[in-house]
Design a protein around this ligand. Sequence first.
Ligand code: FAD
Length: 456
Amino acid sequence: MYDVVIIGGGPGGYAAALYAHNFGLSVALVEKDRVGGTCLVRGCIPTKSWLRTAEIYQTVANSETFGVESSDPKLDWQAALARKNTIVDGLVNGLSGLLETRGVEVIDGFGRIVDGEVEVTTDDGASRALEAKHIIVATGSVPGTIPGYDIDGEWIVTSDEALDWVDQPARVAVIGAGAIGVEFASLLADVGSEVQLFEMEDQILPGMEPEAAKALTRALKRKGVTVRTSTAVEPAEITGSTVSVPFGEDSVTVDVVLVAVGRQPVTSGIGLEDAGVTVENSFVVADETTMQTSNPRIYAIGDIVAGTAQLAHVGFAEGIAAITHIATGVNDAINYRAIPMVVYSHPEVASVGLTEAEATAQGYEVETTNHGMRALARPIIHDETGGTVKIVAEKDGPVLGATVVDPLAGEIIHELMYVVGWEAMPAEAAAFIHAHPTVSEAIGETLMASAGRPLH
Ligand SMILES: Cc1cc2nc3c(=O)[nH]c(=O)nc-3n(C[C@H](O)[C@H](O)[C@H](O)COP(=O)(O)OP(=O)(O)OC[C@H]3O[C@@H](n4cnc5c(N)ncnc54)[C@H](O)[C@@H]3O)c2cc1C
């Protein structure tokens, strides 16, 4: 009998498995594919490898701005793909080794809950039952699609297939301008593909600050991306050698369509309902502090959980919370208020806490402060002055949220994570001195302005 059997070896499942060693728990981790899950194999990591290739390409292409002569860069797509695969394989192997070192028994196969145990079926059809005191379900998510866009892997693809394209597509329509859609639009345009980006909502990055969406839209347009918001696409027409994407009275013809319209939780066919676990709209309902489901012996973490963000680091935190509760009975509450979210386009968009719209909807009287990067030394030196910082504070109260746009936004957002997490007043946070010249100074300047005493 294991203390814990975990179904799914993505960030949620593997974090739970690794963390369990702190309490001496015996753990089996059931994974039907490769440990690392979506994030390592077909998500966070491979996209960032491609984005880095795109960034290097652009750095070389623009080197003369910095007084460095170079010949026109040539992209070796296959070499970039091979590098991506090497990075993924290295991290998956490293994780496998770490799980082994921590004494986690990794079991290949498909797991489902049957009569309170976890039944594992392997590819050859053999099955075995694992007895468990506690079960953690961490089966993650898969790409969704929309009517008229059946995924065929060739003409109509999702991020799963796009990450392994063996050749660079010349013309791509990206449907959906959330984080995944804009990351692909950004990287493909940066390496010279023609990109048409479609979004049904009235801004790209729906739900994020409109100022950030505007700044990124400007940057994408400068790269040559055609950005269409408030545009619903009609079913695609595959003609044989191209795909037509109709919208309104118009249409565009491309070589491939990349559908990035959100991700569906993997919660059917794994025995959840029979085990008394409440599932609503395909998501598992779980207590947000303990991660227990309606069956207290069964926990749910990661992308399958209703109402929490589908992010790898949220999965890590929920895995840690579930193990802590199993081992100690303590509710190690997750601070969901201060979880950074990063879009790794060029430039990056990073946010933490509430947007202005969210804070207002929650009844706060808010004050917002925006600060551009145009006059700041380091962004000028970097030739990256299109960024911006926005701080949302409660009137006469603490900072509630913040958004940064800059190529380094995903790194520098973390100081605002502490500001939001510790509910600092703008003046308290502004009292700290930022190094000069840095991009982070933009945050210092915005905090000073938010505290009512701007410097520049
Ligand atoms: C293109 C892309 C880019 C992304 N970039 C980022 C990013 O930069 N930062 C970020 O935070 N997040 C990013 N994400 C989201 C991130 O990948 C997910 O939030 C994260 O992987 C969710 O972790 P998880 O453990 O819940 O599930 P998953 O990572 O989906 O893992 C679930 C695992 O369970 C296994 N499984 C499913 N069912 C069974 C079963 N019945 N039996 C056995 N095994 C099973 C699957 O094979 C899989 O390995 C990205 C996602 C995509 C698609």
